[in-house]
Design a protein around this ligand. Structure first.
Ligand code: NDP
Length: 286
């Protein structure tokens, strides 16, 4: 029997997950078909329900369903509970378990890039779902302090409040993107993570920068979660200032590799997945 897995979202046509997940299943010789599952909001609950069938391994979940899908799970891993959103569903004999592998995906991409967050002063630019996953990833890796900066200050304040319940001693603060303390916060950061959609290809802010990159210190490690384009204008600008930089593609692949391992209980062929992801992106960018 051919098993199935796929990506639930809307839209999903732009996603490269089907490319690198299918490459992974093929590389390890598993008879699995990974498909894009583009759903209208009214279809979500019924679609998730049929993932309990025995030919379904589970699913990845992307925008805009990461929070809505969580409500239809039979159980949640603690990362998903803390973040308040899922990006992976695992079908265990009809019991659907929700996970958030963005957390480990980000941690692994940071480690791979040679940055150890333990004891670091970090700034998050953004306070949406991805910022939540990154915030927990950094807190669980022992950061010293976290400053959340967001266009909508109240949303940043909400994230700070939620993190405070289990921040294990990390100093937390939040401010609006127009706060006069923003340049100093950026100047003193060891790590800045750009977690907004500013600069996303095809979006309203394509080609734009989240803030003036001259506010960055050259010793700061700069990460941008955006995977498309592979190098955003922000990453390019930070690199030009002498900062060490990390784009969003490794995180995208590592969150997918973690999902693959949950579905199959096998080690993911990460090199195959990274190569397939880079090939898919170069086709799109050429
Ligand atoms: P959300 O919609 O939950 O949050 C969007 C964030 O971007 C908010 O902080 C929002 O601010 C901010 N924002 C959006 N537009 C603007 C703008 N014009 N000016 C200022 N701020 C803006 O999205 P997610 O958190 O889920 O995703 C954010 C990005 O992260 C996406 O680009 C996504 O592709 C990327 N991502 C990458 C992953 C990877 O594996 N590499 C994984 C997950 C996400 P406000 O609150 O003020 O609206």
């Amino acid at each position: 029997m051919t098993l199935r897995a796929g990506l639930i979202g809307h839209p999903v046509g732009h996603s490269i997950s089907p490319r690198f997940q299918q490459a992974a299943f093929d590389a390890v010789g598993l008879d699995v078909r990974y498909q894009p599952w583009d759903l209208q909001p009214g279809e979500l609950e019924g679609f998730i329900d049929q993932l309990r069938q025995n030919d379904a391994l589970g699913a990845n979940v992307t925008i805009p369903y990461k929070e809505a899908a969580l409500r239809h799970m039979d159980g949640l891993h603690e990362t998903a509970r803390f973040v308040g959103a899922i990006n992976t569903i695992v079908n265990n004999d009809g019991h659907l378990q929700g996970y958030n592998t963005d957390v480990t995906g980000f941690q692994r991409s940071l480690t791979d890039a040679g940055f150890n967050p333990s004891g670091a002063n970090a700034v998050l630019w953004g306070a949406g779902g991805a910022a939540r996953a990154v915030a927990w990833a950094l807190i669980w890796r022992g950061i010293e302090s976290l400053t959340i900066i967001n266009r909508t200050a109240v949303r940043g304040g909400r994230l700070r409040h939620d993190l405070a319940s289990a921040s294990a001693g990390a100093k937390l603060r939040s401010m609006g993107a127009d706060d006069e303390a923003v340049p100093a916060a950026l100047q003193h950061a060891d790590l800045v993570v750009q977690c907004t959609s500013i600069g996303l290809k095809g979006g309203e802010t394509e080609g734009q920068l989240p803030f003036d990159p001259n506010w960055l210190a050259d010793a700061t490690f700069v990460a941008d979660l955006i995977a498309n384009p592979v190098e955003t204008p922000f990453v390019r600008a930070a690199r030009g200032l002498g900062c060490r930089v990390l784009g969003g593609l490794p995180m995208l692949v590592y969150q997918g590799a973690a999902a693959f391992e949950l579905w199959t209980e096998r080690e993911a062929p990460v090199d195959v997945m990274l190569a397939a992801a880079h090939a898919a992106m170069s086709e799109r960018e050429s």
